[in-house]
Design a protein around this ligand. Structure first.
Ligand code: NAD
Length: 305
């Protein structure tokens, strides 16, 4: 039996698949760094979602570690280089939560352009702000997608169904059968987009991919949506763009530091034209189930060969 430790929770059905395989001696508990370091010498398969940071130190302690299973996409919480150096496999579940994140992207966009949060909280506070809450349609507007992977493509399909035009930039994608204009530089995308939506991993190349210079290339009154990773947008530049009214609104599911600092809450997040959610892009029952099932199948596959 292989010792499997799930340090972040996996969907129940996924845990059942792992247990029924008879391959694993399973423990499931969110241990803090020190407690995890203590058990790592015995762990052969480490299962995480996004909360556990699988650092070089954790990997080094895993003397018998064979597989790091990251349920979800984005490997920014796993030191993949340290794992590779030790010949430890790292697997994730690409695409499994694309629908959930893409749907939240439109929830954020519609929430922003139709002032839904303000309408909700206004009524709850006894206000009837009908005259103040004139919004905008998204029909006929141009959605600019940065990162045309599983989520970016799903966002494009939904945008097209809303009657939007779609422009996308991804240096690693040069073909699509969707009705999308692919451009070969971010500078070509930014002046065309009424809405800029980010769907990229956080890497050294994408850190602050949206900063002062990029914002200056955008249309006046642009809307920015980020349901990818905090750190892809320079939050100070975003704040400046909102204050100067170059940017008409921003909707954020992710922040450079999570949860965001009090200072960020007072400044950027406190602005009336910023709405936000606490990194819930992938948090749906359906998405978590899909991610869990795919992860369990991958783990069983890898371990039975
Ligand atoms: P994916 O790997 O399918 O797509 C990412 C795309 O980004 C790829 O096509 C890649 O070529 C492209 N890319 C890389 N560098 C780029 C650059 N410099 N400029 C433009 N494009 C670039 O991943 P995905 O499933 O579509 O997820 C995208 C990102 O969404 C993840 O990396 C993760 O950071 C984020 N995410 C957020 C949540 C959430 O809860 N908000 C949930 C899941 C994923």
């Amino acid at each position: 039996m292989l010792r499997l430790h799930a340090n972040d929770p996996l969907d129940k059905t996924a845990m059942k698949i792992l247990a029924d395989s008879g391959l694993f001696d399973i423990t499931a508990e969110a241990l803090d760094k020190n407690a995890l370091l203590k058990i790592m010498p015995e762990v052969e398969i480490l299962v995480v979602r996004s909360a556990t940071k699988v650092t070089a130190e954790i990997i080094e302690a895993g003397k018998k570690l064979k597989l790091i299973a990251r349920a979800g996409v984005g490997l920014d919480n796993v030191d993949a280089e340290a794992a590779e150096a030790r010949g430890i496999m790292v697997k994730n579940t690409p695409g499994a939560n694309a629908i959930s994140v893409a749907e939240l992207t439109f929830g954020l966009l519609l929430g922003l352009v139709r002032h839904i949060p303000r309408g909700v909280y206004g009524i709850k506070d006894g206000k009837w702000e009908k005259k103040d809450l004139k919004g905008n349609e998204i029909f006929g507007k141009t959605m600019g997608i940065i990162g045309f992977g599983a989520i970016g493509r799903t966002v494009a399909k939904i945008a097209l169904a809303f009657g939007m035009k779609v422009v996308a930039y991804d240096p690693y994608v040069n073909f699509t059968d969707l009705e999308v204009t692919l451009v070969d530089s971010i500078e070509k995308l930014l002046p065309k987009a009424d809405v800029v939506s980010l769907h990229i991993p956080l890497t050294p190349e994408t850190k602050h991919i949206i900063g002062e210079k990029e914002i200056s290339l955008m249309k006046d009154g642009v809307i920015i949506i980020n349901a990818s990773r905090g750190g892809t947008i320079d939050e100070q530049a975003l704040y400046n763009g909102l204050i100067s009214e170059k940017i008409s609104g921003a909707a954020l599911d992710v922040f450079e530091v999570e949860p965001p600092s009090d200072e960020l809450r007072r400044k950027l997040i406190g602005l009336g034209n910023v709405i936000c959610t606490p990194h819930i892009g992938a948090s749906t029952s359906e998405g978590q189930k899909r991610v869990g099932l795919e992860m369990a199948k991958i783990i069983v596959d890898v371990c039975s060969n």
